[in-house]
Design a protein around this ligand. Structure first.
Ligand code: GLC
Length: 734
């Protein structure tokens, strides 16, 4: 008995000693991350380091199984967590536990001009990604809106680098507050879908620095994004996924990025450049990002065996793989190995409420003659017409497609809000083909028959709500191909014109992520830009149409009258879409895109950047700046009183643009340098103070290859839209 007792004590003693044996540093989350990275690297073999640098499946990359370091799982996209795909196929896995909340497309978030909502958005989508056990959320996209034909504009934040920066930073911070990495994309100059895999963009350093990089720079230096995705296209002859200037010189050296550069899916093209020009994690090789690739070819990835050979033979120094592996380990420790991070949640009522609030604040009231809106409760019959009143808008668009728990269509939203006081009569009016990613499905409908039925219903109703626009089908706001025309598709113009002949009381609700041509603009009394509003879009649209919510959105991009008025269309094929043979492209519009182009060239737009009406009216007064003149390094404080002189609760966005009176180089007529959204009850007034840093008034000098702030007079233009400046105040920079 005694012997047995002694034996048990011995075993117990050994096992306690064994367990109290030190946890290796890399597994000890009481240790600083940099120590854990160094310790893990020291414990890893060359093969294990190389294995970290490339995919092991469609959306995952290896960890270090031997050391208990988990693998990285990533998911699209910027508007919600994509349905689970099969391990090595592009088809959905058909799980029954991955239905999500679809948040509004990022153009809608940008249109809210509300950075607080961007943080709310990031936190909520971060919670859904966390709950779905994804360590990297492949968003937000911050490419600039240069042409209204770009298929993916709906995924981005408009034409102004300052607005995009102010919205991207809190979105990223929100996502990462849940222990999920944001992945800001597509770095850089991915401003069209045509030839996206190889179009070779060139532009001036000044345009690169002043227009196309600022939102990425803010995402990295202020948002502290833990990962970034290289773009498919080339920049000055080198693919962006392994581009020395963009990734080594600017991103990692100048901006001190300590995260992971992830390739776009299929954006990696050779081992030498991938190893030496700043790529850290190769994903999706042999695919165009949306369709098939060679199955199980992961060991043949450029950063797999070929890279291992270069290292083993000594042709490449081991420091090259150490840097990549360190960055990937840092990402793992910041996410899946952070045991203190929250657990997230999926498709909750709270997230749906966030989606609805963002959709409400992003909807832009473009036109509202004869007080057509809000719809009076006395209206007894409403004809709802158009395919976009019923068509799902959370599917399609490409990689940002979603499988939602539910989606409220505009028709459902209108029925639930107005159905008690009015008869709601729906007709399709026009129809498009079923969703296809890489080809345009023809419309299976008899257009004349649909049109005749719709016009007949319009004639009988008091009010028509026409819900049209684009639909995230190929060439209709979709990844992979640009739009082929600026006008509305499927003969919507004809249908609208026919309806207006029988009933002038038409509210047009545009569902799109792009500007469209409006030949009927004079005849339509009310127009609402409703974006792709996500899970609660139908309710948000009804909230606005009914006046339950007063619209406060502002356009994040210009609506040109005709395509030729757009900057990218003004310099021939080389400027857009690029040379048909060489696929070389020159951004000849340079720093003048969007309102910068329209204002400087005096080309009146259909609707201007920053434009958005309200059911209320607002008065701006009491303009002042802190001083008449400033030294470099000072902050300029602008104050203005805003009063709600209408009868609805509402919000106004005070926008401050700046111009330099006499400069040594051509500068845009004015540029957005600050904005603030202010919420006011009827007759309420608030004093808004806005800070601008003098360095934000500098331009990027081509000769000095650096930012330059010249002394002299500048003018601050304060207003509620780029084409509604209420007061201009000159100041001096000494
Ligand atoms: C796609 C897109 C990118 C997406 C990735 C994975 O081609 O360009 O935005 O995150 O591939 O689907």
């Amino acid at each position: 008995m005694k012997k047995k007792f002694l034996f048990v004590c011995l075993v117990a003693a050994v096992s306690v000693a064994g367990f109290s044996q030190k946890v290796p540093t890399y597994l000890d989350d009481s240790k600083p991350i940099e120590q854990r990275v160094a310790a893990a690297l020291a414990a890893m073999t060359l093969e294990e380091k190389v294995a970290l640098c490339h995919a092991q499946s469609k959306f995952s990359s290896k960890g270090v199984p031997r050391l208990g370091i988990p693998e990285l799982w990533m998911s699209d996209g910027p508007h919600g967590v994509r349905a689970e795909l099969l391990y090595d196929e592009w088809s959905q896995a058909n799980w029954n536990n991955d239905s999500c909340t679809a948040f509004p497309a990022l153009t809608c978030l940008a249109a809210s001009f509300n950075p607080d909502l961007a943080h709310l958005y990031g936190t909520a989508i971060g919670e859904e990604a966390r709950y779905r056990n994804k360590s990297v959320l492949l968003g937000p996209g911050v490419n600039m809106y240069r042409t209204p034909l770009n298929g993916r504009n709906f995924e981005y934040m408009g034409e102004d680098p300052f607005l995009a920066s102010r919205i991207a930073v809190p979105y990223i911070k929100g996502v990462q507050s849940i222990g999920v990495a944001a992945c800001v994309k597509h770095f850089a100059l991915n401003n069209q879908e045509n030839w996206r895999m190889n179009v070779d963009v060139n532009l001036s350093d000044r345009a690169l620095r002043e227009i196309y990089l600022p939102a990425f720079k803010a995402a990295i230096t202020e948002g502290k994004a833990w990962s970034l995705m290289g773009a498919y296209n080339k920049f000055r002859g080198q693919h962006c996924c392994h581009n020395d200037l963009l990734l080594n010189q600017i991103l990692k050296k100048e901006w001190k990025f300590d995260g992971v550069v992830i390739s776009d899916w299929g954006g990696t093209h050779n081992t030498q450049e991938a190893a030496l020009n700043g790529l850290d994690l190769e994903m999706g090789t042999n695919t165009n990002g949306m369709t098939a690739s060679i199955a199980n070819s992961y060991n043949s990835y450029y950063l797999a065996n070929p890279f291992l050979q270069e290292l083993r033979s000594g042709k490449m120094d081991v420091s090259i793989v150490n840097d990549k592996a360190s960055r990937i380990l840092r990402l793992i420790f910041r996410t899946i190995m952070d045991r203190k991070r929250p657990f997230g949640s999926l498709a909750t009522p709270e997230h749906a409420a966030v989606a609805r609030k963002i959709a409400q604040e992003g909807i832009v009231l473009l036109k509202n003659d004869q007080q057509t809106l809000p719809i009076s409760p006395s209206v007894k019959s409403i004809a709802v017409i158009g395919e976009n009143a019923t068509r799902s808008m959370t599917v399609g668009g490409g990689s940002s497609e979603l499988k939602v728990k539910y989606e409220v269509s505009p028709l459902e939203g209108i029925k639930s809000r107005f159905g008690k006081t009015a008869t709601i009569d729906y007709s399709l009016g026009y129809g498009s083909g079923k969703y296809q990613y890489d080809k345009v499905a023809p419309s299976p409908y008899d257009a004349l028959k649909l049109r005749t039925e719709a016009v007949a219903k319009a004639a009988k109703a008091e009010l028509v709500v026409f819900v049209g626009g684009l639909n995230k089908n190929s060439e209709q706001d979709c990844e992979g191909r640009d739009r082929v025309s600026y006008g509305l598709p499927f003969e919507q113009d004809l249908l609208l014109t026919e309806i207006l002949k029988v009933n002038p009381h038409v509210v047009l609700v545009l569902i799109s992520g792009n500007a469209v041509e409006m030949p009927w603009i004079k005849e339509v009394p009310a127009i609402v830009q409703a974006w792709y509003g996500g899970t609660e879009s139908g309710n948000a649209i009804a909230d606005i149409l009914s006046g339950d919510i007063n619209p406060s959105g502002k356009l994040p991009f210009t609506f040109p009258v005709k395509l030729e008025d757009n900057s990218a269309a003004a310099f021939g094929e080389i400027a857009y879409p690029g040379d048909a043979k060489t696929h070389k492209q020159e951004y000849k519009d340079d720093i003048l895109i969007g309102y910068r182009w329209h204002d400087t060239k005096a080309i009146k737009p259909l609707f201007a950047f920053g434009h958005g009406l309200s059911y209320s009216s607002f008065q701006l007064s009491g303009f002042a700046t802190s001083k008449p003149s400033y030294q470099a390094g000072d902050s300029i404080v602008v104050s203005v009183q805003v009063k709600n002189t209408g009868k609805y609760d509402g919000a106004q966005v005070v926008q401050v643009y700046a111009s330099q009176t006499k400069s040594s180089v051509m500068r845009p007529k004015k540029e957005l340098k600050a904005f603030q959204k202010v919420f006011l009850k009827p007759n309420e007034a608030k004093k808004v103070t806005i800070k601008i840093r003098t360095k934000d008034l500098a331009f990027f000098s081509e000769s000095a290859k650096d930012w330059k702030l010249e002394s002299g007079e500048f003018v601050l233009h304060i207003g509620t839209s780029s084409d509604n400046i209420v007061k201009s105040i000159p100041i001096n920079i000494n």
